[in-house]
Each structure stands twice: as C-alpha cells, then as structure tokens.
Write a new protein. Structure first.
Length: 275
C-alpha cells in the first residue's frame, strides 16, 4: 500500500485548497452598481439621506417579476416648506436601471405615485427625490426577483396591437372631499405592450424589439399634475395611480408618446362621485 505523507507546508496547502473548494460562492449581487449609476444618471451630485423625505414600498420577494408593484410616498410634513420636484426610480441591476423619472406639478401636491415594474435580478431599488431646496435625497429597498425583463408578454401580439393607445381613467374620491376640490386619488391605464427588447417571440425565437411608452403627461385642465419619462422597466400596459390636490378643474387630460413616435391623447370630465 502506498502511503501519502504531507509535511507541514503541504498540509497547510491542502487545507487552503479544501477551504477554497468548499467555500460558498460569492453572490453575484455583491457587485454594487450604485456608485456608477450616481455618476451616469445624476452626474455625481451629492445625495442626502432621504429616509424622512421619500419612502419606497415594494414586496421583499416578488410574486411575478414582470409586474412588481411599487409605491413612492412623500414623507414631508405639512409644515415643511419644501416640495418634491422630481422622483427618479432606479432598479440597480436591471439592464436599463433608470425605470422612470416623475416630474411633479408645482401646484398639484402629489404625495404618492404607484406603478408596476419589471425586476430582472435580486437588486437594490433606489428612489431619488429632488426637492425645491436644490438637494437630492435618496432611499432604497432590496427586492428579490428574477427574469422580469425577459418574461413573455401576457397578451399575444395581435391582442396587444388591438389595445395600443387605449386609455382608461379612474377617479377615487373620499366622502369628505368636495365634488371639485380637495385631495384626490386617481389612476390612468394605457394599453401598450411596453416591450423591453429582451423578450423572445415564442414562434420565431427572435428577440422582440424594444417598444414602450417613454413620455406621459397628466394634467387637470392645463395645469401639470405629473409627467413621467419611462423606460423598459415599466410593465406591460402602464398603470399609474397617484394622489394629488384638485384645483377645481372640470377636465383631466392624459398625453402619452411611445418610442415609435405614436401619440395618444384622451381627456375625461372630473366627476365628484369617483366613477
């Protein structure tokens, strides 16, 4: 029988090799893209802790990575003289990390925005609020999801094509609100495939080109409520729900544009009943 003998150095080397072999693999998400995104998206502008300015509400683990609900909520107190001018939503590990940039109307007092997004990997999600004091404030949340940007569309291409540009508006009015004034909650839905460019046609096995809503403007009469610059991370059939203060306008208007230059417009009467 051949007996193997290890001197002190060989034994130490073997121990090191075994430790490396059985050590847990370093998680892919340990790479932090955020510093580079601060440079690319925000030109390296300094950021303050935004935990008392803006909150992100998302599920810790997504049930469906292609339609992950997200709510951005202002935490500014009623006596705070500052206002939020813009909110940028960044999904760090997505192929195109900037999911959306919301510009809030100066007189609309928007305090909450909800939508649905695609999440491609386990990732931090950042919300960056720019306030009227000129400063940026950031907060983040961690979300476990995978494959949202490449998930097949819910509708087949013909069905999606038939619904492109169709808009729906829903108004939620609290009993305490007046018919034409006060705090309102509303929702705008737009029929659109919002193709990410990473989805594959199941018949041809070819990638479907990116095709999505990249501009949205919502207004009461001619006064801006909010505008959105969208990207591939916004889910199919974009759905925006928001809280704002009515200025007494009789009409609510939505204007949207997609990456192929199609323009969609619709307006609805403001109904105090909430229907």
């Amino acid at each position: 029988m051949t007996r193997l003998c290890f001197g002190p150095f060989s034994a130490a080397l073997l121990g090191t090799l075994l430790a490396v072999a059985f050590a847990p693999a370093k998680a892919a998400e340990s790479y932090d893209p955020w510093p580079g995104l601060v440079q690319d998206i925000f030109n390296n502008r300094p950021m303050q802790d935004g935990s008392d300015v803006i909150a992100i509400d998302m599920p810790a683990r997504a049930e469906d990575a292609s339609v992950v609900p997200v709510t951005l909520q202002s935490k500014l107190g009623p006596t705070d003289s500052r206002r939020i001018k813009t909110i940028t939503l960044v999904i760090d590990q997505n192929p195109a990390p900037m999911a959306a940039k919301f510009t809030l109307g100066p007189d609309a007092n928007v305090t909450a925005i909800s939508t649905r997004v695609r999440v491609n990997n386990y990732t931090n999600v950042h919300a960056v609020a720019e306030l009227s004091d000129g400063q940026l404030y950031v907060t983040k949340i961690y979300v476990k999801a995978s494959g949202g940007c490449s998930a097949p569309a819910a509708k087949n291409p013909e069905e999606a094509k038939a619904h492109i540009g169709q808009m729906r508006y829903r108004q939620f009015t609290q009993v305490s609100d007046g018919a034409t004034s006060g705090t309102r909650e509303a929702q705008v839905m737009i029929g659109h495939p919002n193709n990410s460019g990473l989805q594959m046609d199941q018949l041809t096995q070819l990638y479907i080109p990116a095709f999505f809503i990249d501009q949205l403007r919502l207004s009461q009469d001619d006064s801006l409520v909010l505008a959105m610059e969208g990207g591939i991370s916004i889910s199919e059939d974009p759905n925006i729900r928001f809280t704002y203060v009515s200025n007494g306008a009789k009409r609510f208007r939505a204007e949207a544009k997609d990456t192929q230059g199609h323009v969609f417009e619709h307006e609805w009467p403001v109904d105090g009943s909430g229907t």
